[in-house]
Design a protein around this ligand. Sequence first.
Ligand SMILES: Cc1ncc(COP(=O)(O)O)c(C=O)c1O
Ligand SMILES: N[C@@H](CCCC[NH3+])C(=O)O
Length: 418
Amino acid sequence: MDYFPYRDGELHAEDAALSNIAEQFGTPCYVYSRAALENAFRQYQEALSGCDHLICYAVKANSNLAVLDTLARLGAGFDIVSAGELERVIAAGGEPSRVVFSGVAKKREEMALALELGIACFNVESAAELEVLADVAGAMGLCARISVRVNPDVDAQTHPYISTGLRENKFGVTTDEALRVYRRAAELDSIEVVGVDCHIGSQLTQISPFIDALKRLLELVDELEAEGITLRHLDLGGGLGVCYRDEQPPSIGDYIAAVRATLGERKVKLVFEPGRSIAANAGILLTRVEYLKTTPDHHFALIDAAMNDMIRPALYEAWLDIRQVNADADGHRARWDIVGPVCETGDFLGKDRDLALRQGDLLAVSGAGAYGFTMSSNYNSRPRAAEVMVEGEHVHLVRERESFADIIRGEHRLPPGN
Ligand SMILES: Cc1ncc(COP(=O)(O)O)c(C=O)c1O
Ligand SMILES: N[C@@H](CCCC[NH3+])C(=O)O
């Protein structure tokens, strides 16, 4: 199902014409399809039917309240990495009892908030964190449910910046260290051991690294069981890739089926933390060509979106498809570099794209629903983009474009006379 189809020569989001959205809300603007989000989430649900599970959407991928609300209504849990993400989940109507808390450097006050709200589980990433958590929970007279994040040392075969399950990465603990952390956790009154987790990286396009990681976790589960420490859930993290260009990631169904087959008859609750595979292809970034400029070496299309709006191409050399909203455009056909207004040579959204462009044309950057807006910034004092969510032909403004007042909120000049 294509949630961003061409109809009568014009690109739409579901049944809403992108040109109307640009007219009404301006550009740059993130446009999300509610149906696409729901469809991806339901694929996880269907693949996990008949099996005790919790699908904790990774809030960092796209934390807009409307996105969280959409998923919460389908029964999603949430994977968070900060108190701010937890507050967002609550603000969107999510259930704290379905939240897992990942992150290598949780602060005491973040732990306290999560304990007060009664989250499902802390994914503990070090022995030192366990001690602090036990102390915070003890002082509150509460018990913290924990899982230990294991770094299984498997190669996720993805971009090095988004690979997290190798020995040299900062995430989690080795399996040997995990045994020690679990033994210590079992001794602490304010800690309840409930699970084990890992997250080996993002944008994985093969199943085998997931299965290798799972097998290592299962060995650990058995070792712990032999010591009398029983785990109730197994959290494989997120990481399933999507097709941005020509990648062929496994389908959600095939991935989950492979996990279930590896588990066999074991009775353990399965937890997943998908982000990208739910949100990436549910969003586009709508932008307008401000100017065209041809130099001796290059054709540049200067657009009104920039690396501050979508940093993935600059940060990971990520490739995102760029389509013309008007399919019948009869502009200047050339191989264009699609670049933004920011004063950095790395400010590009695409290079060498075969398009027929005119000044004023609208472009849609695909695969922008995950790690798009959430990684945006105010660099160059640019207001962050508006976000809209489409439902059929209805378009809801789900985040207003920032104003200059928003940008300088909280800043102060020096006191007069100094
Ligand atoms: C702990 C954890 N869980 C889940 C995710 C979501 O990953 P993805 O968006 O690749 O599914 C991430 C980000 O990579 C993460 O760090
Ligand atoms: N931000 C990354 C994904 C990292 C996920 C965080 N562990 C991306 O855009 O691909």
